[in-house]
Design a protein around this ligand. Sequence first.
Ligand code: ASP
Ligand code: MG
Length: 417
Amino acid sequence: MIVHKFGGASVKSAETVKNLSEIVKDFSGNIIIVISAMDKITNNLEELTQFYFDKNNNECYKVFLRIKNFHIEIINDLFIKKETILDKINLLFNKIEEKINSKPSEDYDYEYDQIVPFGELLSTKIISAYLNCMGISNLWTDIRKILITDNIYRDATIDFRLTENLFKEKFHFNNTSIYITQGFIGASENGKNTTLGREGSDYSASVLAYISNAEKVIIWKNVKGILTADPELYNESIKLDEISYEEAIELSYFGAKIIHPKTIKPLQNKKIPLFVKSFLKPEENGTVIKSILEPINLPPVIILKKQQVLVSISPVDFSFIVEENISKIFAVFAKFKIKANLTQNSAISFSACVDYVPDKFEKIVKILKKDFKVLYNMNVELITIRHYNEESVNKFVGNKKILVEQKSRHTARFVVE
Ligand code: ASP
Ligand code: MG
């Protein structure tokens, strides 16, 4: 069994879907293909959800039509005989329409999860039908009947036991089976849609690989593999041929946008290798993440997080920053799901570099100000260099103004203006 995952960029147009079919054509054995929503459709559906929630019917309907037309254009480019697929797709659009014509509840996260999963349902329906048309016979599977989660909407946790049982019940492999299914989404035990967090399709693929004891997972991306720097931000980057599970976890924890952070653990537990490959150059090797026991020498890897705020929090009475204070501060972060990307404390102040999320940030500052003095620097960046050396620090930090600096044996981190 091999589990493949195709993300939004690999299915962003009729052209890329055709490219996907060229790749899938050469597959053999038992295969599960996990697919994300096409292109930026998840963002569009988020926008739609917000308008729906705000009861802004006009704007909501506009976004709805934009999403619908996007998919219909792709269908027009892919299929000669369109009736069957259009019927299937229209069923889904009717459901979205029904939803947006109903009154929203007060729970934004719940509403989000009832709408946003349509991105994955649409993409998989279209791609499955297209592959069947091209003679690549496959079965479309609704992952919501298999991947069961709790009902923490937008950040659901998978019930592995239930999921494993349903997996065995619903998937039947006969040595040449191709199943197409959705990433990112699942359902609660009472049948409501849930999602696993943005970019969660990688994690879905990893969970299915874990449950099926897959031989490997392949994530198809628009880059050659895991690179030492984001090519959109830095013009020099090299591809890493192989890294350990631990290294991959560290890199994604620090914010490298390679794979969803939760992806690695299930694979590591069963020593299932994960390949990151380019859908544009499928013949190339890409990067493999696997169990590596001997330490390997890696070049400096740079990870940049933009739109950060550095918050400094100190007790108003100039008492020391102690455990109770720190736990109070973290409780506020946790409540608003704000991740402290870097923290540091002195005797009388605690600093954290966090993602700047406008609404949330104002709210946490307001709460913290009840007990603490709060200062902050907006618009800072967090630079992490794994396997740093002097040259890489000079190159990437250079003469930027450093607000916080932290170095461990393998990692140097800088909050800069
Ligand atoms: N479509 C979802 C997103 O864009 C899930 C994924 O792509 O992994 O976040
Ligand atoms: Mg995506």
